[in-house]
Design a binder for this molecule. Structure first.
Ligand code: F0G
Length: 458
């Protein structure tokens, strides 16, 4: 018999209690946290959808690997294990372990960047952009136009606009391009996938112009699932083969292992070119650690090596993508405006459309984030004018183009009943949508204000 229900393809061996709370307690918690979920304590949260990064549940094999970790400073067998797994997967010769994704970004973009350099991406993730801009270089985002159309179906809204890529390279001069970075899946643009065809076009343009082509590959297993299911010609290739084919197009890759390597901490940089790898290795040793551990313990490397293989298990990926899609589809059926189709690791709600009566100056995304916590103890993150808003000379807010709230799903952590609970909370959100009020900022730091800003109901 063919079952319709996609079950979690694992049993639960170890459990972590969730502290349940009442709405009254949560209203007090919100006040104490100045209406900023980043300032809530983990114990005050019932379902934590703040991020899918570093929040995965490890498997029994990974925990067993933790005990096998070899903590030798140089040449540990855990390093050899990790190096072998990454080489087999990516095909790259030079492997540099780092403590997380942004450490790899600091090394490679710090080295390639500097004044007058331009980096081009489908969309740079915040830390990627920050590392590039910190070096003095500029970071340009060129997603395809379909990425801006939230409600209509397009199989690969994460793609890069290749015509613009040609134009920018011609305008700036190939020698001034630090690198072209394809982020798979495109986190800052709805977790949407990138097609193999698009990656091939980008690779061809980079090759023809002599420009370095890198992947930001932290969700490449999820991206491979979408290629297998949506792009003609890939139905019969394994997810791993698809990922390998994409790696084969690039000159290197940066990975935050906190996503698709199913670990709580870790990352790496992989490169084809020896000269570039040697320069990066020097920076690795100065800032992270020796080349056979980077910023990692032997046990971390062991768990990462195992996670990088587990993530390509077809049953896992099917469950992963289908369960995110389940949440997205149910919300959409209820009339909740979301980015469609659902991305791989998260559902993105359009708070501007949900609360049309709240102007961007009163942060509709912040309202939704607070409502989700008040009604359900659910923690999510605003990706709108709180995160990306800027001020003009007169101190008026220049709003972000979109007012989104991201519900990121930790890997292998929540069951379907947790997701049903989230859906039920949204039913109440829909009932109360007309009476919800906006927020104003009462205190904010100069940079990355979303982490620590204080708010008050407007
Ligand atoms: N690149 C992408 C596409 C990411 O999503 C992240 C992190 C990084 C790089 C940086 O990796 O955190 O290990 O230093 N994204 C997390 C998120 C923080 O919530 O989306 P890191």
């Amino acid at each position: 018999m063919q079952h319709k229900t996609i079950i979690e393809p694992f049993r639960i061996k170890s459990v972590e209690p969730i502290q349940l709370s009442t709405e009254k307690e949560r209203i007090e918690n919100l006040q104490e946290a100045h209406y900023n979920p980043f300032l809530l304590l983990s114990d005050e949260v019932i379902i934590d959808l703040l991020t899918d990064s570093g929040t995965s549940a490890m498997s029994s094999s990974q925990w067993a690997g933790i005990m096998e970790g070899d903590e030798a400073y140089a040449g540990s067998h855990s390093w050899l294990h990790l190096e072998r797994v990454i080489k087999d997967l990516t095909g790259f010769e030079f492997i540099l372990p780092t403590h997380q994704g942004r450490a790899a970004e600091r090394i490679i973009y710090g080295h390639l960047g500097g004044d007058g350099k331009t980096f081009i991406s489908n969309t740079h993730f915040d830390t990627t952009r920050a590392n590039i801009e910190f070096s003095g270089a500029e970071a340009l985002d060129i997603p395809v136009a379909e990425a801006n159309d939230m409600g209509s179906f397009h199989p690969f809204k994460g793609n890069m606009d290749v015509l613009k890529l040609e134009e920018i390279i011609a305008k700036k001069g190939a020698a001034n391009i630090g690198a072209v970075i394809l982020t798979v899946t495109n986190n800052s643009s709805g977790g949407q996938p990138v097609s193999m065809e698009n990656a091939e076009q980008v690779a061809e343009i980079c090759k023809r112009n002599g420009v370095l082509f890198l992947l930001d590959c932290c969700r490449i297993a999820e991206n491979s699932y979408f290629i297998n299911h949506r792009e003609a010609g890939y139905e019969n290739q394994s997810y791993r083969q698809i990922a390998q084919q994409m790696f084969n197009l690039a000159d290197g890759a940066v990975m935050s292992a906190k996503k698709d390597a199913l670990v709580n901490m870790g990352g790496f940089l992989v490169l084809k070119d020896k000269k570039l790898a040697d320069a990066c290795k020097s920076l690795l040793i100065i800032t992270e650690g020796f080349t056979t551990y980077g910023g990692l313990s032997g046990r971390d490397m062991e768990a990462m090596a195992i996670g990088l293989e587990e993530v390509f298990d077809p049953h896992y990926l099917e469950y992963r993508i289908k369960s995110t899609e389940y949440l997205g589809s149910r919300l959409r059926e209820m009339g909740v405006p979301i980015i469609w189709p659902t991305g791989g690791h998260a559902v993105y709600v359009d708070a501007k459309a949900l609360y049309p009566h709240i102007p961007p100056q009163e942060y509709p995304g912040q309202s939704l984030v607070c409502e989700l916590y008040r009604l359900g103890g659910i923690r999510s993150v605003e990706i709108g004018s709180v995160m990306f808003g800027k001020y003009d000379e007169k101190g008026q807010l220049i709003p972000a183009p979109m007012e989104l709230v991201r519900l990121a799903i930790p890997r292998r952590v929540y069951t379907q009943s947790h997701i049903e609970y989230v859906i039920e909370t949204f039913a109440q959100i829909m009932k109360e949508r007309e009476t919800v009020k906006g927020y104003k900022i009462t205190e904010e730091p100069e940079f990355l204000r979303h982490f620590t800003a204080h708010f008050e109901p407007a």
